[in-house]
Design a protein around this ligand. Sequence first.
Ligand code: PRT
Ligand code: ZN
Length: 213
Amino acid sequence: MMHIIYEPERQRMAIQKSGRLHKASMDFLSARGLIFPANDRTLILPCENFDIDLLYLRDDDIPEYVRSGVADLGIVGENVLAEKGADLPIIAKMDFGRCKLVIAAPKDSRIRTPEDLGGKRIATSYPKLLSEYLAKEGVEASIVPISGSTEITPELDMSDAICDLVQTGSTLKAHDLVPLFTVMESQAVLIESPAKKQAKESFLSQIGIGAIV
Ligand code: PRT
Ligand code: ZN
């Protein structure tokens, strides 16, 4: 069991604990020379050769940890950032975790244009992004908020369409859904908290991330 002593001068970076961004985030840091001990299930992992600790979190929580300054930096999908922390600055695009947030409907649906979504039920884990999209299109629809597996909701007659992430498209296809409209394109991004600017910048320059994009 590792004991972490609280050292305020150390930076903290929030990354996804497990899931699609975890390995790519670790690989990104290793490629920049950061060495971490083998993870023994701890949720805070001290870097062995830089003044930084990793916080392993659910991706959804990363914007809040960074906003509050508990984490100085974070790696998260732009989709989660836009839904939960649109106010936080992006300092680098990571070039992994690419996906699209799309509105998709059953193959046999008559939805062809965004206007056709009027009065329909759309299941999503991204209610904020979806409602912004609908407002921009001037469409009123009913948002069904659920936290995952939206793809099964049309066949259960819980929704008429879904708004979810797509990468290869094979999950949509498996449920006879077709992508219709793109709400946003996304990739993983590096974000920073408003606090502790100086120490953070020196860390970023040490790992070769220079001026803010
Ligand atoms: O446990 P935690 O809350 O941290 O993880 P999570 O389950 O919420 O997220 P996770 O690991 O699935 O995804 C993390 C991030 O990876 C997302 O926020 C996106 O930024 C990015 N990403 C990239 C994706 C995908 N591609 C993706 N394909 N996130 C999810 N998917 C899902 C999608 O929701 C759908 O169910 O994969 C399915 C579709 O994939 P295809 O390839 O069949 O189209
Ligand atoms: Zn999540």
